[in-house]
Design a protein around this ligand. Structure first.
Ligand code: FAD
Length: 516
């Protein structure tokens, strides 16, 4: 074997740089399924299936174009617990001149790869992953000399650099960089009109085999496989993208932050797993959205709001990840030490917003951004859960979870564990935010306007408790000053009542013990 091309489960693009000089006669593609990848965090069954099914379909696509593939399935007798163990054994048997791989999506995997190659004395070439618009090096250049980093400035640079939604005078289309104010709608009393029905791909024989395997082998893992309909091939992913652009993009922006009972999909694109597995390329997604604007199919606010997520946030978080790993994962600026409540794994709570957001997560492996940030994430932040425990949950339960994107979003954006690298202030709010953006509170026994008492919304109690606990730190943050100043108006007796109630909530965060 001349070159052994190592392909990990989130690198399923046939045009990856690792294949640039591939010679079908002399080179071999190496792929492996390993138990540990599903157990190092207690992974949701749908997440295991999406990775394994997409990998097996990709193996078949490689073979179809004539590539030789060395593939180890979980149910092979030669399967090993860890990827690196399998690679170690195979390197000794295959003795390639060189190992080639695209940059992995996880620091841990990259280190494992380097170590095995070094131990076997095989040269390793890690190539830039050109799936992304930007490289970790581009991001470091952007960060150089800046006191603080803000996504907005990085995003504007990329808009100009890649000429996305720019007019002929070099100005942003619609004469503004940001349409956030148009993108904060809620559904009022009537609810969403014809919301999305979710992905609807039928499992073929390859996927069904994986479903059966996961049901047997990972029976005690969280989540359900009653309905597995995620895209696992490029063709399916392209169909999802087209459907989204045609049917939901025009409404995406306005209702981007809104939530509604028993409507998990709303107007979201549902393509994050396909993007992260590399079944879709961000350029084709951004180009399709921009085209919808230029053809008059979708308004600028929706299109810009959507493109910002991909050309902005997605590239930005990857830059943060590679710039700050491996120390980033250990950060805990606010000193949060609590354990993750058990109900995050069951959805058993009286709090309707959490019941809905966790329930659909367990059923489908999906929740949209505001549910992740302002429901499950916010509750963990306010309770004071250790950011690493929160990170492990998010990495385990979503079909789109890959560490480079999950970790900065969880530890940084949602838990403020990085002390302001990702977000300029903690995303904290009372239950009134959820009340405004959804109809969840109507089905909940708690009152978002109350901060003390047994029927006070725990988000509201814990919000005030959070401000009281972290008053000293938060007062130093200019962007928090307005929020923190409000605690000056709370009398000592009420402060004590808030803190006492917060203590009770920490003992019963699901509010199951109360007699309601
Ligand atoms: P849409 O709402 O339709 O957005 C379009 C696309 O933009 C997404 O498919 C995604 O690729 C990209 N995008 C949107 N927001 C972000 C963001 N903040 N960071 C990076 N890309 C973004 N996204 C993941 O892909 N994997 C994760 O593991 C992940 N974990 C998250 C954890 C937390 C705590 C939070 C707050 C957010 C997380 N996100 C993650 C970002 C975001 O919530 C998901 O990308 C989005 O909900 C996926 O659904 P969608 O495809 O319908 O997205």
């Amino acid at each position: 074997v001349r070159h052994l091309i190592v392909v990990f489960g989130d690198q399923l693009n046939l045009d990856a740089s690792a294949f640039d000089d591939f010679d079908q006669e002399r080179d071999l593609v190496w792929m492996a399924e390993a138990d540990k990848e599903s157990t190092h965090v207690w992974t949701h069954k749908q997440r295991i299936v999406i990775f394994l099914a997409a990998m097996r379909h990709f193996r078949d696509a490689l073979k179809e174009r004539g590539d030789r593939v060395h593939y180890t399935q979980l149910d092979d007798s030669k399967q090993t617990n860890r990827l690196s163990e399998r690679l170690d054994i195979d390197l000794r048997a295959l003795r390639p001149d060189r190992v080639i791989a695209c940059q992995p999506g996880e620091w841990r995997v990259q280190e494992g790869l380097k170590k095995v190659c070094e131990e076997n004395g095989v040269p390793l070439e890690i190539r830039e992953d050109r799936h992304f618009y930007t490289t970790p090096g581009d991001f470091e250049k952007h960060a150089e000399g800046r006191k603080s980093l803000r996504m907005e400035f990085f995003y504007r640079e990329q808009r100009k650099r890649f000429d996305v939604l720019m007019d002929e005078n070099g100005k942003p289309e619609g004469d503004a960089w940001n349409f956030d104010k148009d993108n904060r709608g809620n559904f009022g009393k009537s609810g969403p009109e014809s919301p999305g029905k979710g992905p609807s791909h039928r499992a073929d024989a390859v996927t069904q085999e994986v479903i059966d395997l996961v049901n047997k082998r990972f029976a005690d893992h969280p989540g359900s496989l009653d309905r597995f309909t995620w895209a696992v091939t490029r063709e399916e992913a392209k169909r999802d993208l087209n459907k989204f652009i045609k049917e939901r993009l025009p409404t995406f922006g306005l209702y981007q932050d809104a939530m509604w009972q028993d409507e998990p999909w709303l107007y979201h694109s549902l393509i994050s797993s396909s993007l992260n597995l590399k079944l879709l390329n961000p350029r084709e997604v951004v180009d399709a959205a921009a085209e919808a604007y230029y053809s008059g199919h979708a308004p600028i606010a929706a299109v810009e709001g959507f493109i910002r997520q991909i050309l902005g946030w997605r590239e930005y978080v990857r830059g943060i990840y590679w710039m700050h790993m491996p120390e980033y994962i250990e950060r805990n600026t606010m000193g949060a030490e609590e354990c993750l409540p058990d109900f995050y794994w069951t959805g058993e709570t009286k709090l309707e917003c959490l019941r809905q957001s966790i329930g659909q997560t367990l059923e489908y492996g999906y929740a949209h951004h505001i549910q992740r940030l302002m429901v499950t994430g916010l509750y963990a932040l306010l309770l004071g859960i250790h950011p690493k425990r929160v990170h492990e949950w998010y990495l385990a339960v979503y079909v789109d979870a890959v560490e480079w994107v999950e970790l900065p979003n969880t530890l940084g954006m949602s838990q403020y564990g990085d002390g302001g690298l990702m977000a300029s202030k903690p995303y904290v709010a009372t239950g009134k935010y959820i009340h405004k953006m959804s109809n969840y509170c109507q089905a909940c026994p708690m009152n978002p306007a109350k901060r003390t008492g047994e029927d006070a919304c725990p988000f509201t109690t814990l919000y005030w408790d959070y401000l009281l606990r972290h008053e000293k730190t938060l007062r130093k943050n200019q962007r928090m000053s307005l929020q923190v100043r409000n605690i000056d108006r709370i009398k000592t007796a009420e402060r004590k009542a808030i803190q006492a109630r917060a203590e009770e909530l920490r003992k019963d965060p699901a509010c199951m013990k109360e007699n309601k």
